[in-house]
Design a protein around this ligand. Sequence first.
Ligand SMILES: Cc1ncc(COP(=O)(O)O)c(C=O)c1O
Length: 452
Amino acid sequence: MLGEENSKFLSRTVKSGNLWKESGLLTPFGVHSNYRFTRPYPLFAKRGRGSRIFDADGNEYIDFSLGYGALQSGHAHPEIISALKSRIEQSYMLGFEEEASIMAARAVNERYSTEMVRFSNTGTEATMHALRIARAFTGRDRVLKFEGCYHGSNSDLLFSVKPSADDAGSPLRPVTVPAGQGIPAKMKESVVVAPFNDIAATEDIVESFNGDFAAIILEPYPMNMGVVLPRKEFISGLRRLCSRYGILLLFDEVKTCGKFYGGAEEALGVRPDIKILGKAIGSGVPVSAIAGRKEIFERVGPGKVSHAGTFNSNPLSMEAVIVSLKKVLTREAISRSQKLSSELASASRDLLEMNEIVAHVPVAGVSGAISFNSRQPENWRDFMAGNTGKWNYYYLAMTNLGVIPAAPGPDEQWTVSVAHTEEDIDITVEAFKKVAPRISSHFRNIGIEESV
Ligand SMILES: Cc1ncc(COP(=O)(O)O)c(C=O)c1O
């Protein structure tokens, strides 16, 4: 299906191929995160600097994957390196609280308009903890999530992440589908799934349970199905619904916290009860946070709600948060990245149109995505209707020209970091100028025509 682009990739990335085979002898699928597995095999990277990443074969790429959005700072940001270097000499692990964790908590509160914070290391831990707090606060167990949203690898929420059309049931009343094996059947009973962007269907579902939910959790801009733009009335409707029934509204901002300066609240004007932050706040150093109102967070503590972790608020992650939020991801730097992201989107749209390729290019702050869909996806069902073959071809062809156009996978998106330049965008657009006509002709040759 991917034709000569596949052969080109194989010949450019021989070392990656060999390393992947070696890794596969020790590690399932040769990767330490299922999402990293791509066909024909994943690239093995060696180093990164600014907007660039270098693979094991020495190929250089403009990187718009950026650690799945964690590197909003770009690779190896000099301010982060210098802060980490000076910290590491004092200690990289204390196992006690320290002044830096106060400064980091303050930086989070100021930026995201929250009152109290708890740090951990990954988005997965943060969503798990947030849910536990919501359950304790409301005294209820049931949770509502949206089809196609991903909230990390904890079993609580590993449902209907990417359900197949055969399993997913009715679009207005989706079935709760476990995302893979090993998830206790009992857990399914406490998770109800609703269609994103449909407030009427969500209201019906919540009302059918008499509002008996601890939390409604969502990615406010779903970014595990490309980029989905939320309808304003959907988000404000969820806020009203939660307030009506005493349900906590949880924004999983593991991705969106870096896409807009103040996260999704700034873009949407709606305040959730708990914000879950990750990725960008540490510029690539593993750190996550949950934050929200004092009244909710006061439930956490010894003998109350469990929230713990040996590596929580470790010196390196705290240093990374302080420097990222105060010095690197400034309002000015983020708006520059947003501008570049819009320019990339608009040039991509023009080229798609010129080459008569049916696609949409939604943009949310510093991120955007090409969806080879006949309508701009508003939810998982729309997203599933897209042409993943075209996306895979686009990804491979761009990679072969030295541009990693997005995180790997049609369900991912690009991130424009604060290190990307106008020149990076120009080079990327030039590459897409070559790739777009190839997409048209390749799919015409193999008998898949556009239905414009
Ligand atoms: C919206 C969202 N929530 C949670 C997570 C899990 O974060 P982590 O991979 O750091 O555990 C991710 C990861 O991509 C995510 O996109």
